[in-house]
Design a protein around this ligand. Sequence first.
Ligand code: ADP
Ligand code: MG
Length: 821
Amino acid sequence: MFTLLPFHIFFNYRKGKTPRRPPPKKPSNNQKDPVGVYCRVRPLGAEDGECCVEVISSTTIQLHAPDGLKANRNGEFKETQYSFKKVFGIKTTQCELFEDVAKPLADDLIHGKNGLLFTYGVTGSGKTYTMTGSPGQGGLLPRSLDMIFNSIGPFQAKRFVFKPDDKNGMEVQNQVDALLERQKRESQQSVPKTPSSRQRVDPEFADMINPDEACKADDVDEDSSYSVFVSYIEIYNNYIYDLLEEAPMDLIKPKWNGAGTPLRHNTEFIPPQSKILREDQNHNMYVAGCTEVEVKSTEEAFEVFWRGQKKRRIANTQLNRESSRSHSVFIIKLAQAPLDADGDNVLQDKNQVNVSQLCLVDLAGSERTSRTRAEGSRLREAGNINQSLMTLRTCIEVLRENQMCGTNKMVPYRDSKVTHLFKNYFDGEGKVRMVVCVNPKTDDYEETMLVMRFAEMTQEVEVARPVDRPICGFAAGRRQRNQERGGPVDGEPPAALNQLLQSFPPLPASELSDPNDDHTIPRLIEALEKRHRIRQMVTEDYNKAANMLKSMLQDLDGNLMSKENFIQDQRGRLGEKDKMIQNQKNEIDRLEKKSKMLEYKIDILQKTTNIYEEDKRALQHELESRDHRLQREVSEKKRMEVRMHGLVTDEKLRWQKECTGPPVRPMHRRSHSAGAERWVDHKPSTNVELDTVMQPSVANAIKVSAPSEKALAKCDKYMLTHQEMASDGEIQTKLIKGEVFKTRGGGQSVQFTDIETLKQENPLGPSRKRTSSETGPNQEECKDGSWTDVETRCAVAVEMRAGSNLGPGYQNHGYSKRRKP
Ligand code: ADP
Ligand code: MG
């Protein structure tokens, strides 16, 4: 009987009003776009005659002054060219125009940005055709609506979930409140049910758009819920009228036929009340109290538009107005709000609701009043209407001047309702586009030229680019996930509620017709008591469930708290660990630096070692080579010694042989022993007779050798060797050299010419002092450290010439080498 409401519904029952936040600060945006101005040339009508407009490229048109006009003004009018963002020629289809002009604006709307599109031109130039179109030739308005619904169709919120707050804002209410409101509206018979299919749409608007031409926006945020609201207003004579306002039934006296014409004319027609403009908390202008109708399909939106259109027509007829002198403004508002985290309900936060709007404005004809032959009050009105277009022109001029010259002149938006209403767009609330409509007939030439000038000027105005709306914090794909789970999206939430209501026993008939009726009231009381009991039970159940939920929630809260504490705790630890890690990292860094330093040092040492090793190797090498050289020299010396020995021995033998002949005759000698060697005392002197030379005088003479007489007879050179020991133990060898010549008596005489002294240290004696008078002797240090003087010169001479025998006691020393004994 009673089921516990699903959790999400339970929560939605709180009609939670979110606290009012200060208006969001408009983000500054430096990017600006020029007002997009497009030009559309309509085909000439059958009766229009000459053409004065030529499309010369996709962006340029040329105006040809009519002949008559040229003549009148002395040819002052030149052929003038005007350039636009794009020019659409007579063959342009409604669909092509929509693609270029309105589709981007509809796309912006779906993505939360505002847009303003207006048609401008003289009456009959095709403004209404461009904006509204005709059956089968839908204009920009129906196409925009179609695109919007094609795009957001499946993501639309239930009716009354979004609710305009009459202050240009949008509230969001939970599904139960929305349902109750729906039921309330449905019960009010005065509001006609909106059509749900094309069959119910006015035939004039049916099939405006070929299904092949249907289009759709890309990247629609599926995690949002959408609702479209439309308003339709007319500005006439600087008054604003709400074309969708429902007049109280009893005030509308005339009865209408289907075509929108009154069945009878009478004085009971209540003229519509004009509306005023207000500024909302975000400083956006809006029409206060303007009807905003929530529509769920293109057809429904058409229907609402058509209702407003009919009303406009009636009012104009009734009030004898000229419809071309009024501006019509159709406002499409798109409310969107993100789905909640579960993806099954619109997030109940007014601040998350984004409202974007696209204003489609069909301006009054721009022609001057003089052309419209109006009189009296009509003329005054017309003047006012012209005034609003004049104000539009002035505003554009001032805007352009401000932007171009950097001035800060006040833009007179407030001077007319049209400019005042759209002030925000020029201040950067959205994209602004204008379609300039041109009727190429010559009659319109002058007016068309003014239109062109205004249009060119408008293109020079730049409007700040609207910023992207902020993204809500939930993850994407919520709607899809919820649908996969089978959850309701904007569904009928109060099924449980309906069930509950139906579970009450029906009330019995309670009409009392008879005062004696004893049954009806008791039965009613009984039924009511029963209902009361059920209600009490349900309330109890509900309370129980609520309490249970409450305690569950409290438990959850407790859990959450402890979890949070735990997390906090862990965070603290994590922080400490982080610090530790940081410290260790620092230490590692330091050590790494140190190790790098050491590596560097090692490297340097290694290099130094290498250098030293190389030095060492080089030195060793040198040492070895010196060693080798030394050894070579030693062995050379040895070889030399051996050879010298051999030579000396040979020489000795030869001398001995030669000296064994008879001694020189006059030589005075004292023999020590009978042999080849005789010890003599003699004091040699140069150039002495051999007899006198040979005077033995020196007591310390050791040895005297002289060539034999036989040898002497053969030689012409003579050498006497005289060896003696000095007191310091030095052995002196004197080589007394002389020339041999024949005496008159037939003998030989020797004349001494040179004495060479060789000294040898006595190895047994003290330090040796060597003196030598000879020139160029070979000196060799013997292995035992004693000195040997070598004289070879005379030896050679003797070798060559020796022959005269000086006597057997003389020994000729060609080479003398004494070794330490
Ligand atoms: P305006 O709103 O500027 O006064 P309308 O849109 O009412 O002008 O156009 C006047 C007439 O010209 C209408 O009958 C309309 O069907 C026709 N017309 C305008 N523009 C075109 C167009 N581009 N192609 C065909 N017919 C057009
Ligand atoms: Mg029109």
